[in-house]
Design a protein around this ligand. Structure first.
Ligand SMILES: *Cc1c(COP(=O)(O)O)cnc(C)c1O
Length: 409
């Protein structure tokens, strides 16, 4: 899976393997973590609070809640919105498993709406069509009704949020943006992803492959005080000292468990790394954009062979750089590139085609654009520590592999 394939031993990196993504850690990051280790506070404390405040400020959101992973963030967002049994949660099939699994965690039913083949994000017209006609027919949908949508800003390209938001709000749906690819990206309208301009909550991940890392970690931003309070309580077992329902106890020790929560607290070691990384997010983004621009112009003469990623829907975050083959066999090209040390990947296998989802009753053929895209796609390396030589090698090997394979026919 995503995580396993990136754990390339450093000896191999010296033999010029270029991974598709990689964290970027410097002395400043290391010093920030050491300082916490030497302090009195290792668990959630002052650094977590500072990270939340700085992240909220960066996004222009009122509140930010730090958690243990992007997956935990999605789970808590669903719980905070009181999504549950009988509720449909609509998302795209071209995403990491967590975007739909969070619906299953709370007993809800994931519904997959096909992608727009240009942006690889959920097709807002198909989303509206689904809401108006309920035209996806699977067994497990009997008796359920649409309750939430989780648009995924695939590869870092913001979804067309305005029509999605309008369709959702007309029918009272909750909007939770999965921005795990989109730290620092901006919508066409100019606002930054995470501002919750078009959503109730926005979810981020700080896995080492994402724009900034805390080892493992996640964040939820929101402008709703109600969601914020619920998220804070749910993150810590559902325990609170606010608005207590039973009175008359000594407040220094008394607390209440008011709902069933979890331990999803980010610790201060992670948060210190997060603060230090957040300081560099804009420069990381700049580097990612310059690599993407380089690819976009270098591949211009491959127009008969590959489709380059769309870059016309706001400011792209370039979490990953995906091409689609027009000619030739994806697996052959994939293998040829890996043989040359270009550690390509595939994002993603349509979620509903996994055995677990098949067991739940989802069938292949559900989202034809997603399946077509999956059969042609390859993810090329893009991360801030790549240098010009790395970029040139990727371009050259892609040209060789793509042309060699299409000659085979
Ligand atoms: C990485 C990712 C997640 C999950 O984040 P974790 O921190 O690994 O739990 C969710 N959705 C998408 C689109 C992701 O890329």
């Amino acid at each position: 899976m995503e995580q396993a394939s990136i754990n390339i031993p450093s000896s191999d990196r010296d033999h010029h393997i270029i991974p598709y993504g990689r964290q970027c850690i410097d002395q400043e990051d290391i010093r920030a973590v050491i300082k916490v280790l030497q302090s009195d506070w290792l668990t959630q404390g002052p650094k977590s609070k500072e990270f939340e405040e700085k992240f909220a400020e960066y996004c222009g959101a009122k509140y930010a809640v730090s958690v243990t992973s992007g997956t935990a963030a999605l789970h808590l967002a669903c719980l905070a919105a009181e999504i549950g049994k009988g509720d449909e949660v609509i998302t795209s099939p071209i995403t990491f498993a967590a975007s739909a699994n969070c619906a299953l965690y709370v007993g809800a039913t994931p519904v997959f709406v096909d992608i727009d083949p240009d942006t690889i994000c959920i097709d807002h017209e198909k989303f509206e069509e689904y809401l108006s006609k309920r035209n996806v027919n699977i067994e497990s949908l009997q008796g359920t009704k649409p309750r939430a949508v989780i648009p995924v800003h695939f590869a870092g390209l913001p979804c067309n949020m305005e029509p999605i938001y309008n369709s959702a709000k007309e029918r009272g749906l909750v909007v939770i943006e999965d921005a795990c690819h989109a730290h620092g990206a901006r919508y066409v309208s100019g606002e930054i992803v995470g501002s919750c301009t078009y959503s109730d909550m926005t979810v981020f991940s700080f896995h080492p492959l994402k724009h900034i890392t805390t080892g493992e970690g996640g964040m939820i931003t929101t402008n709703s005080h109600e969601f914020y309070e619920r998220l804070i309580t749910l993150r810590s077992h559902g325990i609170t000292k606010k608005n207590m329902k039973s009175g008359g106890f000594y407040e220094d020790y008394y607390y209440e468990m008011q709902m069933l929560g979890y331990n999803y607290r980010m610790n201060d070691i992670q948060a210190a790394l997060g603060i230090s990384q957040l300081n560099k997010l804009d420069s990381f983004l700049q580097k990612r954009r310059s690599i993407a621009n380089y690819y976009q112009s270098a591949f211009d003469d491959l127009k008969d062979y590959i489709v380059m990623p769309a870059d016309n829907n706001g400011d792209h975050g370039w979490h990953i750089y995906v091409i689609q083959l027009i000619k030739g066999n994806r697996d052959n090209v994939f293998r040829a590139l890996r043989d040359k040390g270009i550690w390509v990947q595939v994002h993603y296998i349509p979620l509903y085609s996994f055995p677990y989802y098949q067991m739940l009753g989802y069938r292949k053929g559900l989202c034809p654009h997603a399946e077509e895209y999956y059969s042609r796609t390859i993810t090329l390396p893009i991360h801030p520590s790549m240098n010009r030589d790395d970029m040139d090698r990727v371009v050259e090997e892609v040209k060789n592999a793509v042309k060699a394979d299409s000659r085979k026919k």
